[in-house]
Design a protein around this ligand. Structure first.
Ligand code: ZN
Length: 213
């Protein structure tokens, strides 16, 4: 890309909100390839149809319905498999970003049990799951009776990592413990350890690591 053209494109890409390469090319009468090259030089993310103008919290919330209990249901576009979408991105990621003010790390899951909830505060990324894991790893080293939110962490840890016989767990402890199980552990083994049926073990495990703090 010639320097004068490069500068012209760069100025337009930086001056205005998100513009597609095609739109910039049309306005400046340059090739789409040149615009793509300059975009890459500048590190400006690709424009996604449906993303302009940038989503703020008000716009996001206007695309949702508040559900009892502080959850949100998505009213906007969805992928063929039903994932809520903002442009080409999942609404979960946008919700996370708008709520926590940073990019989510890794896969997102929810701290709540409401199917496809898009409430920002209910989204959990890998950083948060690791933090929650840290809680169980460190607090279980406390003497017997060490508790977290009233749950016996020593018993939970023994059930998850120890050998049979496994300590009896209370219902809330089983639910809390399930997502912390070794990913290699079979559902049947987990169910035996927790003292529940495989169906419950599988369901609780899939719900992901609970909210921390
Ligand atoms: Zn929720």
């Amino acid at each position: 890309v010639k320097e004068a053209v490069w500068e012209k494109i760069a100025r337009l890409l930086k001056a205005e909100g998100p513009l597609s390469n095609r739109e910039v090319a049309r306005r400046l009468r340059v090739s789409v390839r040149s615009v793509a090259a300059v975009r890459e030089d500048l590190g400006i993310p690709k424009y996604w149809i449906g993303c302009r103008p940038a989503w703020d919290l008000a716009r996001f919330e206007a695309s949702t319905v508040r559900v009892a209990g502080g959850h949100r249901r998505w009213k906007g576009n969805k992928s063929p498999d039903g994932t809520p979408l903002v442009g080409n991105e999942s609404a979960y990621r946008v919700a996370f970003r708008l709520h926590f003010g940073r990019e989510p790390v890794g896969r997102l899951n929810r701290s709540c049990q409401v199917f496809r909830c898009v409430e920002g505060r209910h989204q959990r990324d890998r950083v948060m799951r690791d933090e929650a894991r840290g809680v169980i790893e460190t607090l279980t080293d406390l003497p017997v009776g060490g508790t977290y939110r009233g749950m016996d962490l020593v018993a939970i840890r023994r059930a998850l990592r120890g050998r049979a016989p496994y300590p009896p767990l209370r219902p809330e402890e089983r639910k809390f413990a399930a997502p912390f199980a070794d990913p290699e552990m079979t559902t049947e083994d987990l169910a035996r350890r927790l003292g529940c049926c495989p169906e419950s073990a599988r369901r609780w495990r899939e719900k992901g690591v609970p909210a921390c703090g």
